[in-house]
Design a protein around this ligand. Structure first.
Ligand code: FES
Length: 145
């Protein structure tokens, strides 16, 4: 299977590309200027720590995910800032080549097949995208004895 080749494109990091994070939502400025297939990273806060996510403009809409592969919990893009392969119509992980459906984050091929990227809700506000970052779901098991 042909895995996407690395590119030399640097990860976006200028202030106009990443909005200031809050605990529950992140504004990605001028998201509508992204071309289909382009992604932009953003920083979000969770429990006092900063994490990175990415917003992808796809032909089906805007989708946002944590930049964390469910295989090893490491960045998908290795810092290059590209997440999507148009020929395969998949989000991809540069580490071991996992492929994910753009609209759901389901891993359709690779070492984490059947697992999902953590997806965030996205709403457009004019030209900006507002990404809602919810706290992680914690399942507490009781009465296991
Ligand atoms: S870390 Fe993503 S496929 Fe292994």
């Amino acid at each position: 299977m042909p895995w996407p080749a690395p590119s030399a494109r640097p990860k976006p990091s200028s202030p106009e590309q990443m909005a200031a994070p809050s605990d529950s939502s992140v504004r990605v400025a001028d998201a509508t200027s992204l071309a289909e297939g382009e992604a932009r990273t953003f920083t979000y806060q969770r429990a006092g720590r900063a994490y990175e996510g990415f917003l992808l403009r796809h032909r089906l809409g805007f989708f946002a995910y944590a930049n964390s592969c469910p295989h090893w919990s490491v960045d998908l893009d290795l810092g290059f800032g590209d997440f999507y392969d148009a020929e395969l119509d998949r989000i991809f992980c540069r580490n071991h080549g996992a492929l994910f459906l753009p609209e759901t984050g389901l891993c359709s091929a690779g070492p984490c097949a059947g697992l999902y990227l953590e997806q965030f809700a996205v709403a457009l506000d004019g030209a900006d995208a507002v990404v809602e970052v919810l706290p992680p779901v914690v399942i507490v098991a009781e009465n296991l004895g």
